[in-house]
Design a protein around this ligand. Sequence first.
Ligand code: PBG
Length: 324
Amino acid sequence: MSQFPVRRMRRLRRTPGLRRLVQETHLVPSQLVWPLFVRHGTGVRQEVSALPGVYQTSVDELVKDAERAASLGLGGIILFGLPAEKDATGSEAYDEQGIVQQAIRAVKRAVPDLVVMADLCLCEYTDHGHCGVIADGDVDNDATVYLLGKAAVVQARAGADIVAPSDMMDGRVAGIRKALDAAGFSRVPIMSYAAKMASAFYGPFREAAGSTPQFGDRQSYQMQGANADEALREIRLDLDEGADIVMVKPALPCLDVIRRAKEEFGAPIAAYQVSGEYAMIKAAAARGMLDENRAMWETLYAIRRAGADIVLSYFAPPAAEALG
Ligand code: PBG
């Protein structure tokens, strides 16, 4: 039963003003979180070759980026650290003088109101590159959770506003919550990477963070991308264990999971537009294959439209700049 010609959908698409009037999904800078990589030294600002516009910086340079994030009105920054030395148990992750802890203190001193999130994982700190400690050739779940609890406490003590476990160990949200509470940090929220798929799209990040596994892969702890029901169970478990914000990752390949999670739980949902999603757009644009700016907006709006309240993206600064 066609309603044509009474119903003409094109009427509201005729001018920019009309299109703006009926735009359903909106993005504001406070919904964007900017991932940053910090390393030892001073005056260091080294571009990651696979991620144009993304840098590893020393703490002094990081503070400049944090100031920029604050002036752009970003929702926050999330910090990843490159340690001076890696070892089997990733000890710099839970060292008071670890690079991320130094960075958090410096940023909170310079821009106290900026929300600083600390990525919480061992993979950047272990010499084997896995997200936990190894026993019998596999990642030892409970021993890892114990170390993550220690790392969360030093991050909170340094002043992190949010800790963000990205390891995918079972029971880690409960373990971290318990460790934080016992140390007097019951006020510090946990944003868990709840449904994190074992994805090819983390490739460029592993160059940026120096965290490529030296043997095997992450499939014994990260999820297989084909499973959405399992993703929902992971999210439910994390919420039950006390997660305050739950994240789905990677974003574009998981739009259905974002939507289902938002509808099912109504909790704050974050989505991470990961390094490979960004690199793909950058690389195609550099070869003249697509318009970078339009691809950026299209993907960011798609992630928001799916139901993400918070979007972590390397595009956060240019997007926020344009949003004004
Ligand atoms: C660490 C971690 C990873 C990412 C965020 N935290 C890498 C991985 O799990 O291999 C990926 C982020 C990105 O690709 O931008 N566990």
